[in-house]
Structure formats: structure tokens, C-alpha cells
Design a protein around this ligand. Structure first.
Ligand code: NAD
Length: 250
């Protein structure tokens, strides 16, 4: 049997990159998956890649109403929610703090941090109501552990995700709800292409910043999220797990 056999799992940001790889992997491990994103075309691709196993829905995680709706839809579709991978995120503008705008700050924090807060709150409410154990994994970043330059809103929002993860882990451990974060290093996705301005030199620098001297594949993050969602990590909660080719270690 798969590691998530019979589990009902919500995945956000599932139209591409890490979330798409995760939705397909979780379905292959036996989960009933609801894949959510703003991008309907990408969701169609996710459903196809899963051989029709993954259900999809469009939603904006930064909206309280839509985030609540996602958890309701998961329960409507599968009768319950056992797990969630809160992964939707945006990179925002590139530039120093003194040049940055409030609009960009609010947009990035609104999706990356408030979006995780809203989804996680609704997931925890549903799990508490059901009185069953659950597991939640949030996508933070190496940028949620260490600083870096020229993306202050992103850094702040990802440190915020780590904080939300630790707080909820401690609050609900006794209820059997585990909450952890994955902290990806540089992963080959649309986001990394955008961040590096599609410059091969910048991508090379990213790759060089890891100890392994290579970029990560979306599936390598999905595998870590799978482990954190599964019972294989039954004594793990409140961690921010770097999956970064030894970037932080190096
Ligand atoms: P991506 O852009 O391919 O995926 C992000 C997905 O989130 C997109 O499909 C996008 O449509 C969706 N999304 C954005 N705003 C949304 C909203 N308001 N509501 C619903 N969906 C929304 O990039 P990715 O690299 O796969 O990113 C996934 C997560 O991984 C993000 O949280 C990102 O910050 C994080 N991350 C990525 C890297 C990397 O190097 N690629 C490194 C560290 C962390």
C-alpha cells in the first residue's frame, strides 16, 4: 500500500512546480487529492499527469472565503480531510527595501503568509471537529531560515510561515495534529526562472550556492512533504526541514 493510502489531502499551488509534483506523488501513494490553484490550465495538466486521479479546483488562498471553501470542498469530495500541503506562493518584486512598495509587501505577505494561515486554520478547525489525527505541511523556504538580499517581503513572509508552523505544532500536538514546514533550496520551477530573470549565469550561481552544486527537482521537495505527511514521521512536529542540497550546511 502507498504511504498515504486512503488519506484525503489538499494541495495548494498545485498547477505547476513543487505543488504539481506533490499532487501527483501523493495520488500515486494512495491519497485522494484535491489540487487547488489560481491557474486552471496548469491544474488540467496536473490532473492529466496523475492519470485522472487528482481532482482540481481553482481558488485564491489569500481570500478567507476561498480558503475556507477549499477545506469544505475537500470534505465534500472525500468525506474528510486528513492532510494538507499548503504550498501556494509568489516571489514578488526584486529590489532593496528602500526601493520596495507597500503594495508588493502586502501582496507577497497576503499570499505566502496570510494564505498559509487561512488554509491552516481551516484545516485545523476541520481536523479538531472530526477528532481524528492529521498532518499539515507548509512550504516555507531556505529564505524562511536565513536572510538574503533584494526580496524583503518574500523573506519576511517565509520566516512567517516557519513561525506559524511552530506555533500550530505546539498548540495541537496533543490532539494528534502534526504541523511541519519544508524549506526548499533552489528548485527548477517557473518561480526560479522568474527570480533569476531567465539568466543562465544567475541559475548557475544558484546551483553553485548549494553544496551539491546542482538545482533541485520539484519531486525532491514533494518526497520530503510526503514523508512529513505520512506516518513515517510520526514523532516529528514543528520542524522547518531544509531540502536544499546542503545550501545551509555549506
Ligand atoms: P510555481 O510558481 O511553479 O508554483 C506556485 C504556484 O502557486 C503556482 O501554480 C501559482 O499559480 C500558485 N499560486 C500563486 N498565488 C496563488 C494564490 N493566491 N492562490 C492559489 N494559488 C496560487 O513555483 P514553485 O517553485 O513550485 O513554488 C511552490 C512553493 O515553493 C512556493 O511557496 C515557493 O515560495 C516555494 N519555494 C520555491 C523555491 C524554488 O526555488 N522554486 C524555493 C523555496 C521555496
Amino acid at each position: 500500500a502507498g504511504l498515504l493510502e486512503g488519506r484525503a489531502v489538499l494541495v495548494t499551488g498545485a498547477a505547476g512546480g513543487i505543488g504539481q509534483a506533490a499532487a501527483v506523488l501523493f495520488a500515486n501513494e494512495g491519497a485522494q487529492v484535491l489540487a487547488a490553484d489560481l491557474n486552471a490550465d496548469g491544474l488540467k495538466e496536473t490532473a492529466e499527469l496523475s492519470g485522472g486521479k487528482v481532482r482540481t479546483t481553482t481558488a485564491n488562498v489569500a481570500s478567507e472565503e476561498e480558503a475556507d471553501g477549499l477545506i469544505r470542498q475537500t470534505i465534500d469530495a472525500f468525506g474528510k480531510i486528513d492532510g494538507a500541503f499548503n504550498n501556494a506562493g509568489i516571489e514578488g518584486d526584486w529590489g532593496r527595501t528602500d526601493e520596495s512598495t507597500l503594495d508588493n509587501f502586502n501582496r507577497v505577505v497576503g499570499v505566502n503568509q496570510t494564505g498559509v494561515y487561512l488554509c491552516m486554520r481551516a484545516e485545523i478547525r476541520a481536523m479538531l471537529k472530526a477528532g481524528k489525527p492529521g498532518a499539515i505541511v507548509n512550504t516555507a523556504s531556505i529564505a524562511g531560515i536565513a536572510g538574503s538580499m533584494y526580496m524583503p517581503a518574500y523573506i519576511a513572509s517565509k520566516h512567517g510561515v516557519v513561525g506559524l508552523t511552530k506555533a500550530a505544532a505546539m498548540e495541537y500536538a496533543r490532539k494528534g495534529i502534526r504541523v511541519n514546514a519544508v524549506c526548499p533550496g533552489p528548485i527548477k520551477t517557473r518561480m526560479l526562472d522568474t527570480l533569476t530573470g531567465h539568466h543562465p549565469r544567475a541559475l548557475e550561481a544558484m546551483s553553485d550556492s548549494t553544496s551539491m552544486k546542482r538545482l533541485g527537482e520539484p519531486k525532491e521537495i514533494a518526497e520530503a512533504a510526503l514523508w512529513l505527511l505520512s506516518d513515517r514521521s510520526s514523532y516529528v512536529t514543528g520542524v522547518a526541514l531544509p531540502v536544499d542540497g546542503g545550501m545551509v550546511a555549506g
